[in-house]
Design a protein around this ligand. Structure first.
Ligand code: FAD
Length: 408
């Protein structure tokens, strides 16, 4: 029986207004995911710019922000990456207080397993590089891995023997949708318009300078336009004739039924292609590698799930009787060097934040901060200065394939 309206409790307050577009803004951000929201927030908080619209073609944070496996870490190889990912991790450590909103940030540590001699060498190299950059990173032998995560199969005679692991104790997970809602609520308090169901279909440029966007809800004039559209960035850039070195791939993940706490940390294996943590609620959250084809349908193929489950069971025999509850996919934008592109474009006042591939959730506050600086001042922040678009013509690449944790 359907209850009458008066039988239902009052609807709780919304965390943000459902704004309609105004005719013009100082800054229009395309994409209402974590990066778009964090950028809007830091533009207001750090630079006093509040005449901002965040345009989202679907629902707020319904893209990769709602679909990721929430792993946060900063143990990348190169100094440039340490700069941006560690600045982000530092912001995560105080974000809950800053947003005054629960985000369930849990620094339960991340293990990156090594399964062969080359893995061991690469992993140790990364640990030493991390330590030189002041990042907490340790090399653990198999018996130490078993102490951190007793359910990992560390016996020597398995298909993927664990020869050791890198360990970052300050790494962990957060509740991704709470993070988005926390940013959205603060943006709204600054008067920023968060506009859903508003797809950008064109970008207007006059005299080499961006002047506004065309959308499914009409034209909106803009002093500056900042792209934060993840997998769809190359589609948007194409609107101004900019061809980006991006490939968009499906990336999928899945969760098990709810289980009692069995998994105390986060375990990733690049060689075997699975990464696992246990959500606060109890689901095992498992990710895999990207689906190898390009596409924009937010779903993945079954053979990836099969491989992912086979790998998970080799590493964690204890999961054998767990039931899979649901799977989903996002669209990730990968670059040739597995590092992001954040900064200026050849079009004046048009800015770019993309190429995070499989790993941009962890960068949410850090890149929001740096991107806001870039948009407000017209100059890159120290942390995003190395991540230019023109590195693909100068050759100054930041090759993070080894530390990206998922081959792509
Ligand atoms: C399965 C999976 C697992 C992942 N696991 C991790 C992880 O463990 N750790 C980690 O750090 N990262 C992870 N990632 C990557 C991470 O989710 C992304 O890098 C990050 O969310 C990117 O943030 P974003 O705000 O740029 O993207 P999104 O949240 O995708 O936001 C972009 C938004 O732009 C909107 N948009 C696109 N085109 C238009 C348009 N024309 N007009 C208006 N709006 C538009 C989209 O609808 C979307 O909401 C994972 C991703 C997936 C898919």
């Amino acid at each position: 029986m359907t209850p009458d309206a008066h039988d239902l409790p009052d609807h709780p307050d919304f965390l943000w207004r459902n704004a309609d577009p105004k005719k013009s803004y100082d800054v229009v951000i395309v994409g209402g995911g974590g990066h778009g929201l964090a950028t809007a927030y830091y533009l207001a908080k750090n630079h006093g710019i509040t005449n901002i619209a965040v345009l989202e073609k679907g629902w707020l944070a319904g893209g990769n922000m709602a679909r990721n496996t929430t792993i946060i870490r900063s143990n990348y190889l190169w100094d440039e990456s340490s700069g941006i990912y560690e600045s982000s991790l530092k912001l995560w450590e105080t974000l809950e207080q800053d947003l005054d909103y629960p985000i369930l940030f849990s620094q339960r540590g991340v293990l990156n397993l090594a399964h062969n001699l080359q893995d061991v060498r690469d992993s140790k190299r990364r640990v030493y590089a991390n330590q030189l950059n002041g990042i907490d990173a340790e090399w653990l032998e198999p018996d130490e891995v078993a102490k951190v995560c007793p359910i990992v199969n560390t016996s020597p005679d398995v298909r993927y023997p664990v020869h050791g692991a890198t360990y970052q104790p300050r790494a962990g997970i957060a509740k991704h949708d709470y993070v988005a809602w926390g940013f959205a609520r603060r943006c709204d308090a600054y008067g920023i318009d968060l506009i859903q169901n508003c797809e950008v279909t064109g970008i207007d440029v006059s005299g080499g300078r961006v002047t506004g966007v065309r959308t499914t809800r009409g034209r909106i004039a803009a002093g500056k336009v900042a792209l934060a559209a993840a997998g769809h960035t190359s589609v948007l850039a194409q609107m101004v004739g900019l061809r980006l070195p991006l490939q968009s791939h499906p990336l999928q993940a899945l969760v098990s039924e709810l289980l009692e706490p069995v998994h105390p940390t986060v375990v990733m294996s690049n060689a075997v292609h699975v990464y696992v943590s246990q959500a606060h609620k109890g689901e095992l959250v498992m990710g895999a590698g990207i689906d190898s084809y390009n596409g924009y349908g937010q779903r993945g193929a079954f053979h990836i799930i099969e491989r992912q489950m086979a790998a998970a069971l080799e590493l964690f025999p204890v999961f054998a009787r767990a039931h899979m509850l649901r799977t989903w996919g996002g669209i990730v934008d990968t670059t040739p060097d597995a590092s992001p592109i954040v900064g200026l474009t050849p079009v004046e006042d048009l800015y770019l934040n993309c190429g995070w591939g499989t790993g941009g959730f962890k960068a949410t506050p850090g890149v929001g901060w740096a991107y806001a600086h870039t948009i407000a001042t017209g100059e890159p922040h120290d942390t995003n200065a190395p991540f230019t678009l023109d590195r693909f013509t100068t050759g100054a690449l930041v090759d993070e394939h080894g530390a990206a944790a998922v081959a792509h």
